[in-house]
Design a protein. Structure first.
Length: 118
């Protein structure tokens, strides 16, 4: 649903405001996972987080292709993230509590928000 909503969202809200808002929403919900004790609440938050995150990639690709930027860099970053993410998460789980993974991922999401302004 989030991926299909991307064109409609982009038509209603300028990407300069939409991308940071979606990323901030996703990061905030990721941090909220650290405090959830109910399976049902986790499922609701995860659905909301997925709806925030799903439109980001199509919107970024459309924005990059419009400005002539290299999409290969984005794909390389995704590949690196697909490798590093599980390594970092497994390492954190080996030494700390599970909520530490959610907090770290949320902080990384918040740290990426300034990059959406470029």
């Amino acid at each position: 649903m989030g991926g299909l909503a991307a064109p409609r969202l982009a038509a209603e809200v300028p990407p300069r405001r939409l991308l940071p808002a979606l990323l901030a929403g996703s990061a905030a919900l990721m941090v909220a996972f650290a405090f959830v004790r109910s399976l049902w609440l986790y499922a609701v938050l995860r659905t909301a987080q997925s709806l925030c995150l799903a439109p980001l990639f199509p919107l970024l690709v459309a924005r990059m292709s419009r400005h002539g930027e290299a999409i290969g860099i984005l794909n390389a970053a995704r590949s690196g993230g697909n490798f590093l993410g599980p390594v970092v998460a497994t390492s954190l789980l080996a030494w700390g509590p599970p909520w530490g993974v959610y907090v770290l991922l949320g902080l990384v999401g918040f740290a990426a928000i300034p990059w959406t302004r470029r």
